[in-house]
Ligand binder design. Structure first.
Ligand code: CTP
Ligand code: MG
Length: 233
């Protein structure tokens, strides 16, 4: 059954990556003087910059910090799992997390209890995620979102496209793919199986991959109108 509220839950879940992806532009306004490029100004053998002047350490650090802060804010704001509310349980496991049955093949069978959970035969209660772990999780997702952005810039430069030139859909999807990969990689930081519980829903994944490029273009258009971005993409 299609539950359209999952669209909103997907956006909530990925907010640390969205905020991280927007943060370099804000950081550039806040600290214009700290503009050391990640590639150190080096040129690739094709004569172009490896990444370009637009990929700075400032952007990467800003993305990590704001990604972490966003995750912590969401963890406090979401009601605990099982309580009423659109975002109940979407708290990165901060209020504890209950899950049922074997969720994925080869991982759990009824009767076998993971180390970090209290179990009866079908229902497992995972230990809640620690606040610092939620921050670190958001910071890793935020940093990886911008690593994806920089990896894209590497290939964009190799194709001869300058910074600021549009490259649809890679400009829009780079941070989604890396952000999702980061959530899987960093999942051991959070309550047992929470990430798989949150991502194990095709509506959530479809929303992130389909709606994100659309939203990305809309937000950048707004940033352009507000004078934050030089180009409307
Ligand atoms: N930015 C930054 N550090 C990053 C990423 C972005 O400082 N790691 C800032 C830069 O001022 C950049 C602006 O955010 O110009 C917009 O980011 P983006 O669109 O990703 O960069 P572009 O300059 O368009 O470069 P590219 O073509 O490689 O995407
Ligand atoms: Mg760009």
């Amino acid at each position: 059954m299609t539950d359209w509220s999952d669209v909103l839950r997907a956006l909530w879940l990925f907010l640390p990556a969205y905020v991280a992806n927007m943060s370099p532009v804000l950081m550039a306004k806040a600290i214009p003087g700290w503009n050391a490029p990640i590639d150190g100004g080096r040129l690739h053998k094709d004569g172009r910059r490896v990444l370009g002047a637009g990929k700075t350490w400032r952007g990467l650090v800003g993305g990590a910090v704001l990604g972490g802060v966003t995750a912590v804010v969401l963890a406090y704001a979401a009601p605990p799992q099982g309580q009423p509310g659109l975002f109940a349980g979407y708290d990165f496991g901060f209020h504890g997390h209950t899950y049922q049955g074997p969720l994925h093949d080869g991982h759990q069978v009824p009767g076998s209890c993971p180390q970090d959970a209290f179990c009866d035969t079908l229902t497992w209660h995972a230990q809640p995620s620690a606040g610092w772990a939620v921050f670190l999780f958001g910071a890793i997702v935020g940093a990886m979102a911008l690593v994806g952005d920089a990896v894209k810039s590497y290939f964009k430069r190799r194709r001869g496209k300058e910074g600021g030139a549009p490259w649809v859909p890679f400009d829009q999807l780079d941070f989604v793919v890396f952000g999702l990969a980061a959530m899987l990689l960093a999942s051991p930081l959070l309550a047992h199986d929470w990430v798989f519980w949150a991502l194990g829903n095709w509506m959530i994944l479809a929303t992130l991959l389909v709606l994100t490029p659309v939203l990305h273009l809309a937000v950048n258009g707004l940033g352009f109108l507000l004078g934050l971005k030089k180009v409307p993409w």
